[in-house]
Design a protein around this ligand. Sequence first.
Ligand code: BG6
Length: 511
Amino acid sequence: MNTSTTLPSENEQDQAGEAAGPCAMVIFGAAGDLTKRKLVPALFNLVKAKLVPQEFALLGVSADDLSQEAFRAQVTGFLPAEDRGSEAWRWFIERLHYERGNFGDVTTYQELASRLAELDRTQRTGGNYLFYLATAPKFFAAIVQQLGAANLSWQQAGSWRRVVIEKPFGQDLESARTLNRDIKRVLEEDQIYRIDHYLGKETVQNIMVFRFDNAIFEPIWNRRYIDHVQITNAETVGVETRGGYFDLAGSLRDMVPNHMMQLLSLTAMESPVSFQADAVRNEQAKVLRAVQPLDSEDVLTSTVRGQYGPGALGKESLAGYRQEPGVPPESRTETFVALRLNIDNWRWAGVPFYLRTGKRLARRHTEIIIQFKRTPFELFRNAPFHKLHTNTLVIQIQPAEGISLSFGAKIPGALLRVGSVNMSFEYSRYFGTEAYTGYEVLLYDCMIGDATLFQRTDMVEAGWSLVDPVLDVWKAVPPRRFPNYAAGTWGPKEAGELLRRDEREWRTIEP
Ligand code: BG6
């Protein structure tokens, strides 16, 4: 695509943002991995972009016995070396506080309440509190209940209280419903920010802009022009140190009701009437409810599961899943899933959506493919060297971000030959590369109270409703042949067969 000269530069975009209003952020699980890898770096990027208010404080809570100085030193260690000692670092570090506590203990919350009241006085945080639950899921309901008991969730006139809840939100529909019910005893829906970090990714948000800010795609975005859609999330990593968690979850629970459903709903939803949180989420929820539920027969014919065995990626040899730390040697947990889904509405009737996600695949790559139909009449079918091509729109989400469209073109020369060429847009070429974690926009939105990029009760439950029947059948019919793909490959052969049966194939992902 051609560069538009009207694009604002990255700096202009940042300058357009306004700092959020006064608030204190409390991180439960302040010594944990998420705080280290995502929350602290993202907050610090917001500080550098001047989007965090002057009247700000961060209060870390964890069971570790740390002094305030030790906590500040620990957080400094989570920041890039070149930023330590900078003016932004000094600004940030002065606003860090620490509270040692036990998530189930009443006194922790009493102590927390008085620390927050003190920060309201010293840092003028205005009684606005953002509680971030970066803990194991078993603590979610208990923390919310304790916040309620300590009067910390109550929004008095002129101040707000919000709670951010990480995934996994439940392990199935029933547990997700129970968790929703428990937290809603204390919080109103608009105080709950259920996070899905895929919505923090630039290209994921760009799906909406691409679809709804360009008049040329909407008329062809339907069953008349689209043959099928593919959503691929391929990871090269295995389960790393998370074998214990992952073996109880598996790829289906870990990726499908949340990340994959977000990608599907943004691709398939109708245009919202505005960009207000509920307008967007109404449309996402609506399309998720329109996904045809899978009955037991469908689960057998339209789903594929896999588990990686030993293999290699380049020169590196890789252990099989069952040899990973924390994984039982006879584990039957899936590390790969492929699904064929149908959406029951006018736009999508008869257009299959193929989803696949897996660990230890050949390449790290997330993309959405819109595969358009062939021309109704093949005018050039007898042209020499003609190879059947179709129009494919590729929305690349990671690691490279961009959009490309392939179409047929005449190959130069005296003979009439038709080949496939690409128009492509790469984020990094137009906007430069950013060191962003993806959590920046999500944290900022929590501070300003914009819930558009967060999951509502009905969306979470719709995601689990789709996955539940698969979990049931898979439990009743254990996998016969695990492991069924070698680490470093594209997954089990059945995933290819799922599409071949429909005379289609997964797009080849080039290095
Ligand atoms: C997490 C899953 O939610 O998302 C992980 O629990 C997965 O298993 C990760 O690896 C993928 O995120 P990303 O941003 O690396 O694609």
